[in-house]
Design a protein around this ligand. Sequence first.
Ligand SMILES: [Mg+2]
Length: 221
Amino acid sequence: MKKIKAIVFDLDNTLIDFMRMKGKASEAAIKAMVRAGLKVNKKEAWAVLQELFKMHGIEDQKIFDKFLKKTAGSVDIRILAAGVVAYRKAKRRMLKPYPNVRRTLAALSKQYKLVIITDAPKFQAWTRLYDMRLEKYFDFVIAFEDTGVMKLKKMPFKKAFKILKLKPSKILMVGDSISRDVKPAKRLGMHTVLAKYGQFREERGKADYEINDISEILKIV
Ligand SMILES: [Mg+2]
């Protein structure tokens, strides 16, 4: 790889084990709502919640309102409160960087500009970074609001080139998704790394490099 100057990271499932957190927090929320009086079969409730996340997006902030409407026919505010509190508590407990993330970012940030491009809302992205005390390693975050389009498009990447004042060939992209991280970055001429450990969906396509632990980047650059 020619000398690179900056590294762009995806956030969820690349730096943070997001899907694991989401699963555990959802489980905790369902349990708490049942304890508070919701009459559902836990297995069915789980399926309904997954379906709603698929339909309304994983960042939907009113997902438990929708869940209660769907399962109980209406929203009992007390049950909603039980679910939301359990969800938040589990989330705080479960939201963690993958192994070696801090050490790797600390080393890389001494030599390269580090930035994040995410499809998550900007506020959620920064709160997740502060929660995990990773915020200091990053120069900026490009989130959905910055361009109004998802990463499948080239705009969020082009925005990063502009702010960094760098050509794509000087930048390395690291992400867990072939379609949202690797493909658009490759098409624009960036170097690409697939974070295999975060991949939760099989996709066709290939990155320049594949890693099973984030610290392997240190050997690539
Ligand atoms: Mg991701």
